[in-house]
Design a protein around this ligand. Structure first.
Ligand code: AMP
Length: 142
């Protein structure tokens, strides 16, 4: 199964902000959408970075004045992405090796979605459930 299947279920909605957004505003955005990361993009929709709740926690360790910092000061600039035909197993590998839980999906040079570790786990559990049902049906038929 590939990333296409995950996006077909969750939709291709992308939550993104500009680099000069204040950290306080980014926190409100994350909370209102109940998500853990935002893509940071420019006017041409190109990816400049990614900001996750972990970046915000690190920033706040320095003091609550960080809430007035711009997102660009705390985002990760080198963003690892995948494509629509990347397999779910490969995405799991990318997340494990990179120690992050969000991977943007690129198609024809555009961002078409973000896969989170929650999406991957949900997909894997559904797969295991259907494998279990198939084995039970096979045994029952024998
Ligand atoms: P996360 O586990 O997604 O909350 O992110 C943990 C750290 O990795 C944070 O510093 C993020 O900015 C960074 N990060 C998240 N996703 C990616 C990605 N796809 N590529 C590179 N860094 C990332």
């Amino acid at each position: 199964m590939s990333v296409t299947h995950i996006l077909a279920q969750k939709g291709r909605n992308i939550e993104a902000i500009g680099p000069d957004t204040k950290l306080a505003q980014a926190i409100l955005h994350l909370a209102s959408k109940r998500i853990g990361a935002l893509l940071v993009i420019d006017e041409a929709n190109s990816i400049l970075g990614i900001l996750s709740e972990r970046d915000i926690i690190r920033a706040l360790v320095a003091g609550s004045h960080a809430l007035e910092d711009n997102v660009r000061d705390h985002m990760t600039e080198f963003v690892v992405t995948c494509s629509l035909d990347t397999s779910v197993g490969e995405v799991m590998d990318i997340m494990t090796r990179g120690r992050f839980r969000h991977v943007p999906v690129i198609a024809d040079n555009d961002v078409v979605g973000i896969v989170s570790i929650g999406d991957v786990v949900k997909h894997r559990l559904a797969e295991m459930e259907s494998e279990k049902s198939a084995i039970i049906a096979y045994i029952a038929a024998g």
